[in-house]
Structures are given as C-alpha cells and as structure tokens.
Design a protein around this ligand. Structure first.
Ligand code: NAD
Length: 489
C-alpha cells in the first residue's frame, strides 16, 4: 500500500477517479507552526466544477444501484487502508493544521472507525410497511439516496468532518464532491487517494479545492448538486441557506459557544480535568469547545485554582517535532487574532486573568501561531468570550448562586450545539439536562459526540445531524409507495 506524498497531491483535483492537475491559479498552503509553505492547491475553475458534477451524476446512477453489501465492503476496505497509513496521513494533517502528531493520528483512526461504522449501517437501512385505512392496500416507505452531495468542510478536524459526510454518502448510495477548507486541503486529497485504492468506482468521490466563496458557492448554486452538507461558521451557513437559488437539501453543522456548569455537588477534580481537556484541546478550535464555565459560588475559587494550574501545566509545541505535546499551534492568523480580541475585550470589561494571556516564549514559537491556554475569571455575560464563539484557547469563568440562574445564563446565546454539566446530585443532573437548550448535553464527561448517537446543533448552531442512524438518514429521501393488491378488499 503506497503512502500518500504531499508532492503527488499538491495542485491536484480528484475528478472522475483521477488526480488531475488543476487548471486554475494556485493558493499556498502553510504549516502554521513554522510559517513555511508546504504545497499549493489549485483554485478550481467553473469548468472543473461542472466536470466534477457531471462525473458525480453519472457515478450516482451506478453506485445507488450497487447492493448495500458491496458498498459496505468498500467502506470497510477504505477504513482498513486509512488505518494502515495512519502515520503518513497524520503527518500531512499536522503539517497543514498544526495539531500535535499523536492527536492527528487519533483523528485519522477515528476516520477509519467512521468508515467501519457506516459500513455496518449501510446494510441496515430498512423501509417500513405502514397500516392503511382500507383492506387491499399496502403502503411501503422506502428510502432512496438523495443523489449528488456537495460537502463543504472547515479546517479544525480535516479528516473527521470530511469523513462523516463521505462515509454516510457512500453507505447511502450517494456520490459526493468534497470542498475542503483552503487551510487544510491535503488531508482530503490524501483521503481521495485511499478511496481510489479501495476500488470505489470513478466519480463516486471527487475533491475540489479553492476558495469557499467561489468553489463552495458554485456547488451551492449548481443545479446538479442535490444536497449541501456543510460544516463551518454560522455566518457562512446562513449565507449558504440564503444564497441557494433552488430548493435543495441542506445540513448545516455550525458554530457554538458551549457552556459548562459545575454545581456544588460536583467532583471538582473531575470537573477541572474535563474543563482543561474540552477548553483547550486542538487549541480550543473545536465547535464543541467549552467557551464559558459557570461554577457554584461555594466552590468557585477552588475550581479556579485547580483549573489555572492544570492549564499552565499543558505542554505546547511544534506538532511534528513534539508528537505528544498537549497543544500545537493554531491553524492560522485569524483564530489567533480573534482569541486576542476576545481576551482584550474581557480584560477591558473587568475580567481577572488567571492563566495564560500571551504567546509561549522561545525560538521554536517565533514563526508559528502559538498562544498559551488562557482563563479569565469573574466574567459577565456582556463579554465576547461569554456570548460569541472564540474558537481559540480562551475560556471565561463566572460564579452562580442558583441552578435556574446557571441554566438561564447557559442558554442565553444564539447557539445550541453542546453543553456540559459536572454534578453528582441526581436532581441537579435531571434539572439541568432538561433545561439546557442544546443538541448535546454531556454530564460528568466532556465527549459530547459518539459515533452511534446523533450529533447536531439547535438555534444558530445548525440543522440536521451527523453520526448514528439519524446522521445516515440525512442522505436519503423517503418514498411512499401505495400499492393496491386487492387481497382482503
Ligand atoms: P467557514 O465557515 O469560514 O468555512 C467553512 C467552509 O466553507 C470552508 O471550506 C470554506 O472555504 C467554505 N466557504 C466559505 N464561504 C463559502 C461560501 N460562500 N459558499 C460555500 N462555501 C463557503 O468556517 P471555518 O473558519 O473553516 O471553520 C470554523 C467554523 O466551523 C467554526 O465556526 C466552527 O464552530 C465551525 N464548526 C462546526 C462544527 C459542527 O459540527 N457544528 C464542527 C467543526 C467546525
């Protein structure tokens, strides 16, 4: 099994089962820990978009009719090929995204797991027989794949966020055109290489690179694309919804500003551990990152003390040189600038800095987008960190006096993606899990998403689901077939 090499995929598009040299201009891709160019992507032209759609439409006709078992086997083969090349694929991801190599390896293996999960689900897509109001009739509800999917993805999880859409499409019998983020295109192209090795027919999977406002928008507007599966910011998600010129299926996995509530009954050490992991992992560049924490007043200072020490203890490094570092660099200048802006805003409005607040010192950090994990305390709801998505290693903390107050402040943003609770009292747990207006509530843990359960946001955090049976059903149309057979009529 050949390893994917950056030089082989630089400047390439994957259309009709072939890596082709892009005919448009070039966009540099930078290693954000080193400030060095690692390759270039092609800006896909309008003609190339049309070619990819044409190829995906032709492939759909074939792939949608292939037995589910064959699609399942293809997914299992893809999962095995990806897992077997984990180190190489992780190196590509770390080079373009900045996360530590061990974390990138973990993400690649989760992509492989997604292939196997959807491979298993592919053969379990059942229809229904529905009772009729007269004898002699049978109503079947059958599920048919939607068609050509346009998948538009962000840069924070370059493998998984492509993978969930890819695997669900393949399992359902859809074909797919993937438009990865400009910052992290090579992981998607490396996945395409594995698709080709897995023997998935030409045209079922295509990858187009380039700017979202041009190539992504072209997929949104294209009459040959039946569904847009988008993960990204709420602003771009809303723009996609508004700018879609025709009725089209949309799933939108958007931004968040995720709260954590630590009640007086909580195991404080466990809460500190959970907060440290979910606030700072991937440098806080996670849609389900904890942005703000409400802590019961009697344990407020104890929690803060432990949290600040745990944040200060996290190691930061160049993700290729320090595979086991806790944190790598941020993915680009923009999220770093936003983090600094939200920090300044909180400090000007009276927050107390208890950890971090600046870039780590040393020659190894000079060229990259590094920042220390940062905690601000005594935050008020009017601070940006408490209401907007930071998407960086910054978290705001505030005390609360009643559960009602904690739940109401936790719900007081336009977002509804994930929320977290640490509590041991059952009444507190039940009250909070009922009141939190979020698609995901994790209690006494911070891993809100598992492959076997639906994952999606409410309010401005999106529509639709990924993961689980619900995630797979997003790729189907239902058809009601009402048959008169006459028996018993
Ligand atoms: P973004 O919205 O800027 O870009 C996402 C993708 O959309 C990119 O591929 C981009 O090129 C493309 N795009 C941009 N403009 C477009 C347009 N007009 N038409 C079509 N496509 C367009 O987001 P980002 O900065 O890459 O990622 C960070 C955001 O993603 C955060 O807000 C984060 O919360 C969100 N996110 C959400 C989830 C989730 O599951 N809900 C998961 C990860 C990230």
């Amino acid at each position: 099994m050949p390893a994917v090499k950056l030089s082989q995929i630089s400047g390439k598009l994957f259309i009709g089962g072939q890596f082709v040299e892009g005919r448009g201009g070039r966009i540099d891709v930078i290693n954000p820990a080193r400030g060095e160019m690692i390759g270039q992507i092609a800006a896909t032209t309008a003609e190339e978009v049309d070619a990819a759609v044409e190829s995906a439409r032709a492939a759909f006709r074939v792939w949608s009719r292939v037995p589910a078992k064959v699609r399942a086997n293809a997914l299992h083969a893809l999962g095995e090929l990806i897992a077997a090349d984990v180190l190489n694929m992780a190196q590509i991801m770390t080079s373009e995204q900045g996360k530590p190599l061990n974390e990138a390896k973990g993400e690649i293996l989760k992509l492989a797991e997604a292939c196997h999960f959807y491979g298993e689900e592919a053969v379990r897509v059942f229809g229904e027989i529905v009772p009729n109001d007269q004898n002699g009739y049978q109503s079947q509800v059958v599920r048919e794949p939607i068609g050509v999917v346009g998948a538009i993805t962000p840069w924070n999880y370059p493998a998984e966020l492509v993978g969930w859409k890819l695997c669900a499409s393949l399992a359902a019998g859809c074909s797919i055109i993937i438009k990865p983020a400009e910052l992290t295109p090579f992981t998607a192209l490396a996945i395409a290489e594995k698709v080709s090795e897995a023997g998935i027919p030409a045209g079922v999977v295509n990858v187009l690179t380039g700017k979202g406002s041009i190539v992504g928008q072209a997929l949104v507007e294209h009459s040959g694309v039946d569904k847009i599966a988008f993960t990204g910011s709420s602003a771009v998600g809303l723009h996609i919804q508004r700018s879609c010129p025709s009725v089209k299926r949309l799933s939108l996995e958007l931004g968040g500003n995720c709260p954590m509530i630590v009640t007086k009954s909580a195991d404080i050490d466990a809460a500190v551990k959970g907060a440290t992991r979910r606030s700072f992992r991937n440098m806080g560049q996670i849609c389900i990152a904890i942005n703000r924490i409400y802590v019961a007043r009697p344990i407020y200072e104890t929690f803060l003390d432990g949290f600040a020490k745990a944040a200060d203890a996290l190691t930061i490094g160049d993700g290729l040189d320090n595979p086991a570092a806790d944190l790598g660099s941020m993915a680009s200048r923009d999220p770093l600038a936003k983090t600094r802006d939200h920090l300044d805003d909180a400090l000007v409005k009276g927050a107390r800095l208890v950890a971090g607040g600046n870039a780590p010192q040393g020659p190894e950090f000079e060229k990259g987008f590094f920042f220390r994990p940062t905690i601000v305390a005594d935050c008020t709801q009017d601070m940006k960190v408490m209401s907007e998505e930071t998407f960086g290693p910054l978290v705001g903390v505030a005390p609360f006096d009643s559960l009602e107050e904690a739940a109401s402040r936790a719900n007081d943003t336009p977002y509804g993606l994930a929320s977290y609770v640490y509590a041991r009292d059952l009444e507190e747990i039940y009250q909070l899990s009922a009141e939190l207006d979020y698609g995901n509530v994790a209690i006494n843990n911070v891993d809100a998403g598992i492959m076997n359960a639906p994952y999606g946001g409410r309010k401005q955090s999106g529509i639709g689901y990924e993961h689980g049976r619900e995630g797979l059903l997003e790729y189907f149309n239902f058809k009601h077939v009402r048959l008169f057979h006459g028996v018993g009529a």
